[in-house]
Design a protein around this ligand. Structure first.
Ligand SMILES: Cc1cc2nc3c(=O)[nH]c(=O)nc-3n(C[C@H](O)[C@H](O)[C@H](O)COP(=O)(O)O)c2cc1C
Length: 483
């Protein structure tokens, strides 16, 4: 077989099983049970990924996998980093990596091969039935069964060779039609609009399961014009091995579990949703969304749907979003020339967008405000932000109780909260119901919770044991103070 990485989910699953990171569950129902079990699982400390099998109404072996990216260990292994259960170690390792991957992406064009495991089974014509797979009805109020959550949607630009891969949810309408929810402005949507303007059908391949690195990267903001397969190649240090769809010629990973291939025909929309959003709300009722007419289904023997359902955070993908967005934000602050940033954390409870915290080693008057405003308004941070907090470097930005202690004790509301009006809002903001303008404007609060720079010397000292004393008593009293 030619070189390249086929993004084989099964190789990753074998590693997870070996390391005790995978739990098998038999007999849970696709209607609500897969969703509720996954939702409860992800809120437990030290939880595993879940592989559901023997799903009622489906042949044994037709499986659904959830909770892939929701722990430091699994996320580190997906990113091919040093394996660790320590969240801070993972974040430290990731520092600067997104910037490097982005600049290396050009050198990692995917390699096309003739065939791969994804072609073990091919359905065409009347044989196409997307409900041959156990697409879950994840939550009680969902508008339909979602076959695509931890998925990757492959599309092509109308007037260039640019291939985009984005994670957009996929709802089943019937045997050969699925709905695609691409928010306006997302790259897949921009490409779709070009085809619609030209009155041409929009070719689509939907990858329903692959090595989770695939949907991890297609679910983050890789810059316009860069193909996510190239970016994934940079993460892997080798190109992605792809095969091409028989009808559209679009590329997808050679070892993908399931791929739906088809077209969105001009004017073809149907009601899609409602479905929960990453922030934990059903933002809207059913809305018209483009429909993919599926003409081919490719799948492996005993295929696996990779699911990643949203819900009130922490949810299936809130941890990985927080880690990835935090790394991107840290890169953005450095690129903007903000010195002394020790850490950034985009909190899961804010969907990794609405509550972001940076810690800095204060170097000059105005440093904290500069950091807060840039963090709030840089390219990665601007969309759907809300609260941005800057703390001193003795505070861990990912520890909410420490952050709020700093806000409560080191800020004065009248002096230390800046408001930005008419910033970039979103129809997906739960507060958009109360937006006062028709345009999607919303406001931002920047909270400077650093000790005042002009009072660093006379600010009251913190009342707690010194790090040296803590370490010493931990050593001497390890029986009552285990590490
Ligand atoms: C599990 C998951 C589900 C997502 N669902 C959607 C969705 O339904 N619609 C959407 O527009 N973005 C969704 N996103 C966010 C996009 O994938 C993300 O913004 C990505 O950058 C889009 O790709 P693009 O930048 O190539 O447009 C989801 C992300 C993840 C991780």
């Amino acid at each position: 077989m030619a070189g390249g990485n086929p993004l084989d989910l099964r190789a990753w699953l074998a590693k997870m099983e070996e390391s005790g990171n995978l739990q098998g569950i038999r007999g849970a129902h696709w209607r609500f049970e897969l969703g509720a079990i996954s939702e409860l699982n992800v809120k437990r400390e030290g939880h595993s990924a879940l592989l559901f099998d023997e799903i009622p109404d489906y042949p044994a072996g037709y499986r659904v996998l959830t909770c892939t990216t929701s722990s430091p260990y699994r996320l580190a292994s997906i990113l091919r980093g040093p394996l660790t259960n320590d969240h801070h170690e993972l974040v430290r390792w990731l520092r600067g990596k997104p910037k490097a991957w982005e600049s290396q992406a050009k050198a990692f064009d995917p390699v096309a091969v003739e065939t791969g495991p994804v072609f073990e089974h091919v359905d065409a014509g009347d044989a196409v039935d997307v409900l041959k797979f156990p697409a879950p009805l994840w939550h009680e109020a969902d508008g339909g069964r979602y076959i695509g959550t931890g998925c990757a949607v492959v599309t092509k630009d109308y007037d260039s060779d640019w291939i985009n891969v984005g994670t957009y949810r996929v709802m089943v309408h019937d045997a050969n039609h699925v709905g695609l929810d691409m928010v306006s402005g997302k790259h897949g949507h921009i490409q779709y609009q070009k085809y619609m303007a030209a009155g041409k059908p929009f070719p689509v391949c939907i990858v329903i399961g692959a090595d989770p690195l695939c949907y991890l990267i297609s679910g983050i903001e890789v810059p316009y014009g860069i193909c996510e397969f190239n970016y994934i190649g940079a993460v892997l240090g080798e190109p992605v091995q792809v095969v091409r769809g028989e009808l559209t010629g679009l590329p997808f990973p050679a070892a993908a579990e399931i791929v739906l291939e088809g077209w969105i025909h001009p004017g073809d929309t149907r009601l899609e949703g409602p479905f929960g959003e990453f922030h934990g709300y059903y933002q809207a009722g059913a809305k018209p969304a483009p429909v993919v007419t599926v003409e081919r289904v490719y799948h492996r023997r005993n295929p696996i749907i990779v699911g990643s359902p949203p819900a009130k955070p922490p949810n299936d993908y809130s941890y990985s979003k927080a880690v990835m967005r935090s790394a991107l934000l840290l890169d953005a602050l450095e690129a903007a020339g903000v010195p002394g940033v020790t850490s950034v954390w985009a909190h899961e409870i804010g969907g990794a967008r609405m509550l972001t915290v940076a810690s800095i080693q204060q170097r000059y008057a105005g440093h904290a405000r500069q950091c807060g405003h840039i963090l709030s308004q840089c390219g990665v941070g601007a969309y759907m932000g809300r609260y941005t907090i800057v703390v001193d470097d003795d505070i861990d930005p990912s520890n909410l109780s420490e952050v709020m202690w700093a806000v409560a004790t080191r800020s004065d509301p009248e002096r230390d909260i800046d408001i930005i009006r008419n910033a970039m809002g979103s129809k997906n903001d739960p507060m958009s119901v109360a937006y006062t303008s028709k345009a999607m404007y919303s406001s931002r609060a920047i909270i400077d919770a650093c000790r005042p720079f002009d009072h660093l010397q006379d600010f009251p000292p913190v009342a707690e044991a010194s790090p040296e004393l803590r370490e010493e008593v931990r050593r001497r009293w390890s029986s009552i103070l285990p590490l």
